[in-house]
Every structure is written in structure tokens, then in C-alpha cells.
Design a protein around this ligand. Sequence first.
Ligand code: GDP
Length: 352
Amino acid sequence: MTIECQREAKRRPWGRQGDQGRMEAHALAAAVVAGDRRALARAITRVESARADHRVEAVALVAAARTAATALGRQALRIGLSGTPGVGKSTFIEAFGMMLVGLGLRVAVLAVDPSSARSGGSILGDKTRMDRLAREPAAFIRPSPSQAQMGGVARRTREAVALCEAAGFDVVLIETVGVGQSETVVAELCDVFVLLLAPAGGDELQGVKRGIMEMADMIFVNKADGDLKHAAMRTMADYAGALRLLRRRPQDPDGFPKAICVSALEEAGIEQGWDEIQALTAWRRENGHFEARRAAQARHWFAEEVRQGLLAVLGREPARGSMAAFGKQVEAGDLSPEQAAADMLALLGRGG
Ligand code: GDP
């Protein structure tokens, strides 16, 4: 490499396509696998980039990381955690993470934050909210990036999980706010999905959407301490009943999905939560459901990538121009919406 090339590589380490970029991707992947935390942070920044020309390197980077993780037999347990703002997610993650670190495990925390897409700022995975855990050498916390759309967030998180796995983390916690689309994304990324709830005031089920309940493998009712303890117990019983009524899935052993009480503040029930997660995971592994879930997720994300790719094609020329032209004809009443769509799809099928 000439000196000029080296300078250029320093200035724009990720901006070039081709072999050079791929070589750098492999070097970065190797550093991630060797346990270099700054390399991991840099690698995640790479996969977060929305620029099309960064994609080539990001794909090479993640592929190299996945290959290394498989060769080394590194597989993290991926735990999804969802809950509305104020329910105690960061307090819980700090307590849970510290407990895991105390057991000698390495923990990574990633965030899927739908609010950051709108506000440009992130309210999840913030290091200042988990300062004890952030100081732990065995823990890695990554706040949510601001991203334009959920498809990008999903891909970024999936790739960040793969990088953390390659880096040798035993547990990857994926945190999200319980609103809208983000839990669906997290549920499709994790092995065990935990819903964190606060004690309910009345006897209603806190308006938790049925869809979220159906995704939950476990419900942790937080703040089961002090004055809130009784309300927490009642809430737990209500949800345990609701979960039983909702379904009995083939991938669940007896007693699951389960609701338990925890107090993140008093660090009570945290170990029980971990024991339950491990029991569920062990059962699923023994019965083939663990791998089956991951395989189904891989398939889901493949189809999703194709869908996103097709949408991207529609947004580029020549398809964009054809869309506009057909749109005008539909507006003018010269073509029906259905006919125009059929013609447009036929055009796409021919590569136009
Ligand atoms: P997040 O928005 O879901 O991340 O919630 P936080 O972890 O920031 O907690 C919101 C508030 O609830 C804070 O004032 C916490 O101190 C409080 N909190 C969190 N966990 C508990 C708990 O187990 N018991 C009680 N009593 N308060 C808690």
C-alpha cells in the first residue's frame, strides 16, 4: 500500500468498495473476535451506517464475525426485554446485568428504540441510566442509534447481535419500549422475550395489547416492593391467568408462559427470573424448539430483507420513473389502479 493509500484508508476507512474494504472488514472482525471492545463499538457503527456504499463492508464484516462465532462455538442467549417508559427497564437491566456478571457471564445490552427515529435522540440503552453496569469490564452497553425506519433498525440490531455473539458475550439483552412495531422486531430477534410490567392500580390488564402478550415468554411484574407489593402480586396473578387463557404453545413446557414478581430496586426476584429463563431455554434446547425458533427467525429476516430490497428498488430509477408515469395515468383515469399495478409489476419482473 502506498503512503497515499494508507492516508486515504485512515481518512475514509469505510468509504471504499471492493477488496480493500473487505480486507478491512476481516481485520475488524478478527479484532472483535479477539475481544477488543473498541473494535466492537466501531464494528457496530459500521453496520449502523445507512450509506449504500458502506453496506458491502458491513455484510463482509458480519459474515466474517458469524463464521468465527460458529467455528468457536460462540452462541449467546438472546433475551428481549420490552416495557413502557417508567416501568423500570434500565433499573432492571442494571440489576439483572450485575447479577449475571457476578455469575462470571459477559453481558451485552442493545436497544431498539422507536422514539429515536422520530426525535433523533435515544431514550434507551443509555449508559448514564446504567452506570454501575457500564463500568463493568464484562458488560457492553450500546445505545440505540437514530434511524430513519424500522427496517433499518431491525437489520442493524440483528447484525449487532451477531457481532456481540462473535465477541464472546454469553447473554445479549435487547431492550425496547413497549410501543408499536418495535416489540415485533425484538421478538423476532431473541430466544426468550420478557415483558416487564408495573403493578396495576385497578383490576384491569393495563391495556397491554393482546399481540404483545402473545409474544411474551415471561412476564416480570416489577416494583414488587414496599406499598406496591400487594398490587404487584395481584397483577402477577391476573396476568398468569390471562397467559393461561391465551394459549398453550408447543414450544412451552408446563407452567409457561409464566408471570413472576420482581423488584429491580431491591434486587429481589432477579435470580429467580434468570433461573426461569434458563429452565425455559434448557427445555427448548432439549426439545428442538430453540434451534427451530432461530431457523424460523433466519427465514423471516431473509424474506424481510428481500421485501426491503424490493422497496428500495421501487425508490430508485428506472422503477421510480415508471411508478410516477403509471401514477399519472391512474390519476387521469386512463388506467385503473389494479391494471396499472399489474403492469408495473410485470415491468419489474422484466427488470425495468
Ligand atoms: P425505564 O424508563 O423503563 O427504563 O424505567 P427506569 O428504570 O428509569 O425506572 C423508572 C422509575 O421507576 C425510577 O424512578 C426507578 O427508580 C423506579 N423503579 C424502577 N424499578 C423499581 C422497583 O423495582 N421498585 C420501585 N419501587 N421503583 C422502581
